[in-house]
Design a protein around this ligand. Structure first.
Ligand code: RP5
Length: 166
């Protein structure tokens, strides 16, 4: 059975950013669950979710949080599933606080951290992890890369045309 992805965010105020990850996962046809859980406000719920995630059929956990963003680390502490962190820009420090809190994990408990507000990349990385054992998903990712390359080639052709007309 296809593995699910859990998208956990520290607050519903993170949703406008996190939505891009959910949309991308749905685009790939990956079964996805989305929850609000906080490392600080609901630490027991976050730990309990992470502990049962593997047996509940999840293959990857995405954790999105802002400010002193410990959610990815707390979830990673309680599972051997890969955890991808999205640092959210929700503070006076423009997300640098969340980036460092998410990425600077001690040895033994990695959180694969994407850029600040990098929700789409988190979803693509999760898809790439699941694609290791899902050839159909790997095909969809290859198709996405081919579409991107075609898009760049089209832009390059337009630039050539514009430059030649100068
Ligand atoms: C973090 O604090 C959340 O992930 C959010 O980015 C930030 C602010 O949360 P709210 O006060 O908007 O609920 O834990």
């Amino acid at each position: 059975m296809a593995k699910k992805v859990a998208v956990i965010m520290g607050s519903d105020s993170d949703l406008p950013v996190v939505k891009a990850a959910v949309e991308k996962l749905k685009h790939f046809g990956i079964p996805t669950e989305v929850h609000v859980m906080s490392a600080h406000r609901t630490p027991d719920a976050a730990a309990a979710f992470s502990k049962q995630a593997a047996s509940a059929g999840f293959g990857v956990i995405i954790a999105a949080a802002g400010k002193a963003a410990h959610l990815g680390g707390v979830l990673a502490a309680h599972t051997t599933l890969p955890v991808i962190g999205i640092p959210i820009r929700s503070s006076e420090l423009d997300g640098l606080d969340a980036l460092l809190s998410t990425v600077q994990m001690p040895p033994g408990i990695p959180v694969a951290t994407v850029g600040i507000n990098g929700a789409a990349n988190a979803a693509i990385l999760a898809a790439q992890m699941l694609a290791l054992s899902d050839p159909a998903l790997a095909d969809k990712l290859a198709e996405m890369k081919a579409d991107m390359a075609a898009g760049v080639a089209k832009k390059d052709a337009a630039i050539q045309e514009m430059v030649n007309s100068l």
